[in-house]
Design a protein around this ligand. Structure first.
Ligand SMILES: [Zn+2]
Length: 322
């Protein structure tokens, strides 16, 4: 993990569950006392999805030198970054990334891209994935090629067995979330479509609404830059058949109170209906997300500071709790 901005340590008097049950959430971590918003960025949780990683190493370069890896000045992004604490994990799944020989999926056909992501159990090594491992509770079946979604133990960190023994990757990410109590956390992925900020599942409606506010700001940025976008989601209840997956994004919220979401960008796989983008546009899509999220987090922080002190702990309604 690479960090920018000093740590502003906060006392923790309660875990998330008891802080909510006691109706005083700030006893978990009083994030309003920090000067800077804390933003956690996870790249390449799926090892073949290197676009977010590329965006993050460019962000590191910008924070170090003021220019991205193309040599382009990024004064706005750097100035925003200096007003935040940034926690950057360019790659949250090193095993999967190490297995990814092509280094990007740009220009691949969908079957080949699926092979590198999900692997194959076909002994002939056919680049088909009729039985993707992620359909088996996050554990890859015995495979002749294990896809890059998985760590070397066969676990997809997005869909780990969260109520069992955690993979080392998920354990480490959640430990960072607990230690740092970020205000925001994002897991960066790719898809054929997008770019899109996805609605987080199994979080309070207020968290969905906050992510939706970011999505609206981001879409405006994309439109101004003449980049493709998907209209922002509407917050709503979780349900359906099948119901949404409980994934690492929800765990990040529950572990730390962070406003957490998943982001997907187009990856240039050649498929009918896929979003057409150049590699440079993929990078711009990520740099604009970084800028929009920092700006949004800073604005929410200054709005909440302007609205004055919050209700004190002793305002607990006597009839509310047993
Ligand atoms: Zn993914």
């Amino acid at each position: 993990m690479i960090t920018y901005g000093e740590l502003e340590a906060l006392p923790q008097e309660a875990n998330g569950s008891s802080a909510s049950e006691g109706r005083h959430f700030a006893t978990r971590r009083d994030k309003a006392r920090r000067d800077k918003p804390v933003l956690l960025w996870l790249g390449a949780v799926h090892g073949a999805e290197v676009e977010g990683l590329t965006g993050l190493v460019n962000l590191i370069q910008v924070m170090e030198t003021g220019v991205d890896l193309r040599g382009r000045e990024q004064p706005t992004l750097r100035a925003l970054g200096e007003r935040c604490r940034l926690l950057i994990l360019p790659c949250a799944n090193p095993d999967g990334l190490a297995r990814f020989q092509p280094r990007w999926t740009y220009g691949m056909d969908p079957a080949t891209a699926r092979y590198w992501s999900h692997g194959t159990s076909d002994d002939s090594g056919a680049q088909e994935s009729p039985d993707p491992g992620h359909l088996r509770g996050g554990i890859a079946p015995s495979q002749s090629f294990r896809g890059c979604h998985f760590n070397d133990a066969g676990v997809d960190p997005m869909q780990d067995e969260f109520f069992g023994r955690l993979s080392s990757e998920v354990g480490a990410v959640l430990q960072i979330a607990r230690d740092e109590a970020p205000d925001w956390a994002v897991s960066l992925h790719h898809t054929l479509y997008g770019p899109e900020v996805l609605r987080p599942a199994y979080v309070p409606i207020e968290v969905q609404t906050a992510v939706g506010g970011l999505a609206r700001r981001y879409v405006q940025r994309l439109a101004r830059a003449d980049l493709p976008y998907v209209p922002p989601f509407e917050p709503g209840p979780d349900g359906g058949d099948p119901p949404p997956a409980l994934d690492l994004v929800a765990l990040l919220y529950h572990a730390s109170g962070a406003t957490a979401f998943k982001f997907v960008c187009p990856c240039g796989v050649e498929a009918p209906g896929a979003t057409r983008v150049t590699p440079e546009q993929i990078l711009d899509i990520h740099l604009l997300l970084q800028e929009a999220l920092m700006e949004h987090a800073l604005q929410l922080k200054s709005d909440s500071a302007a609205s004055g002190p919050r209700r004190p702990a002793n305002a607990l309604p006597t009839s509310a709790r047993d």
